[in-house]
Structures are given as C-alpha cells and as structure tokens.
Design a binder for this molecule. Sequence first.
Ligand SMILES: Cc1cc2nc3c(=O)[nH]c(=O)nc-3n(C[C@H](O)[C@H](O)[C@H](O)COP(=O)(O)OP(=O)(O)OC[C@H]3O[C@@H](n4cnc5c(N)ncnc54)[C@H](O)[C@@H]3O)c2cc1C
Length: 290
Amino acid sequence: MREVFLPATLAELWSLLDLHPRALLFAGGTDLFVKMRAGKTDAGALIGLERITSLKEIREEQNDILIGAGATHAELLRHRLISTHLPVLHRALAVLGSPPIRSMGTIGGNLCTASPAGDALPPLYVLRASVETASAAGTRLTPIKDFIAGPGQTRLGEDEIVTAIRVQKPADFNIQHYEKVGQRKSMACAVASLAALIRLDPSGAVQTARLAWGSVGPTVVTDEGLDNFLVGQTLSRETLGAAAEKIRRAVSPIDDIRASADYRRQISGNLLYRLSAAAPAGNDAWNETL
Ligand SMILES: Cc1cc2nc3c(=O)[nH]c(=O)nc-3n(C[C@H](O)[C@H](O)[C@H](O)COP(=O)(O)OP(=O)(O)OC[C@H]3O[C@@H](n4cnc5c(N)ncnc54)[C@H](O)[C@@H]3O)c2cc1C
C-alpha cells in the first residue's frame, strides 16, 4: 500500500519531506501517474500539492507577473493577467492536451516534466521567465534556460519544489505568437512548435526578436544569431525564407513514433512563415500553408 499525503501549507510539506525524503510529488498527476502506470517510476509515498493554496496564486508584482506553480492550465487560460499580458503563453496553453488535461495539469508540472514537447516551455523561454524554487531552507530564482537541464531533467534540488514562475510583463511586442504542429488538431504532443515575441518599428522592421522552438532538440531550441539576423528586416517572404534555412541547420531533432527528424527539421523552418501573418495588418501580410 502506498501512502498519499495532501499537505495544506508549505510548512506541512517540509515536515512531510523530512519524514519521507523518497516520496514523489504530484500536482495534477497527468504526467506522473502515466509514468507510474507504465512502471517507469514508483515510490512508497506520494505527496500531492493541490491543497497548498499559495501555489495557485497568479498576481502582479510591480512589472512582474507571478504564476503559482500549482495553477492549472485552465485556471491560467481564464486569468485576465495571462490573456492581457502573456498572449504567447495563453495560445500555448489553449492547445495543450484536452479540457480534462488542462483542468488537472499544472504549469509547474509541465515545467518539471521538462519534455522537449512541453507546450508551456517555448513561451516561457521567450518571456525569459525565472523559476522560483523553495525548500525549508529558503527560496531561489533561476532563469528558465538554466533550470531545464535536458530532456526530462531539471536543476531542482532534492529537497526543493517549484513554487512559482516569474515573468516580466513584455512591453510593446507587436507579435506574441505560438503555434504547434502535431499529428492531430487536438490532444497531440508537438512534432514541432514555435513561440515568438517580436517588436516592430512603425515601418514594419524588426526591432527585437525572441524565438524558441519545441520538439526539435533535446530541449527548447533558441538561436541568438537568428534573433539578431531578423533585426532591421521586415518579415518578408525572403527574410523568413533565409531565417528558415538557418534554423533548419541549427536544430537537432530525432526520429520517433510521432515524426521523422527530417520532417521536424523542415517544419521548424516552415513555422517561421506564420510570423508574417501574425504581424499587424498593413505589414506586408501574406500567408503560407504549412
Ligand atoms: C492524454 C495526455 C495529453 C497530454 N497532452 C499534452 C500536450 O499537448 N502538451 C503538453 O505540454 N503536455 C501534455 N501532456 C502532459 C501533461 O499533461 C502536462 O505536462 C502537465 O502540465 C503536467 O502537469 P501535472 O500537474 O499534471 O504534473 P504531475 O504529473 O503532477 O507532475 C509531473 C512531474 O513534475 C513534478 N512536479 C509537479 N509539480 C511540481 C512542483 N510544483 N515542484 C516540483 N516538482 C513538481 C512531479 O513530481 C512530477 O515529476 C499530456 C498528458 C496526457 C496524459
């Protein structure tokens, strides 16, 4: 028989972790219980985080938005701060799983699973999110790119949990875009995905570009050289075509049951063409079917 604990406060959680250091944590359980059922992991004790209300808070702190790790995708989709300030994240959560998965699954769980296909990750990379972790000893903040260590791996300490994700409100980005290509329209893990934050000047030239791809490398792929390449250029077919060639050379996708590496490489570039259509009207908009 497995013991299951549901602490209501962080103080209770620290005491439980002290007594059961090998216990597994779960939030929505949509990743962990699947792994347990498949025999990939197990433990004598489980500790659920769902009753710790402080982990569910979503609030503004000056120029930052603080997202509690225990907030479910559905709660985030309903929250004004997310739809108003973080459309790039909102778009990604809207295509994550299905309504039941979005009602149970949490952003903290998505982050800690650290799947290269995790839908919340590319948006959090372009938003330059920081991950707030805590243990009985205190709290620390880590940039997301340092927190994710590889496929399925994070730099979470043994006695730590993720308490929140901190994001600066992105200012003046004309484009906040997320798109994933999967095997189906819904309930599909990404074969490739792209998150983008782009700031344009009044003439339509790129002032700042931040791009991040999911599912085309061991973890989220970013390419500062490519971001810089776009600066000063309009999002024309020629520019995006050149950028597509560059990213196809930069990614390192794998073959798996969902898609071949070649297909993923191709799509990682094709996804860029959507940025032109995502730009405000009047900016040389044209569309290309993937
Ligand atoms: C049918 C199905 C479809 C899915 N579709 C998608 C999809 O389209 N896109 C996608 O990205 N994902 C998808 N997933 C995966 C999953 O639903 C998400 O990753 C979800 O966000 C996981 O959150 P959770 O709260 O359920 O995590 P859990 O299963 O509770 O936990 C996952 C891992 O994170 C750890 N953890 C959770 N919270 C914390 C915390 N606060 N601090 C420290 N560690 C923590 C747990 O110990 C565990 O190791 C799907 C899953 C299923 C079953």
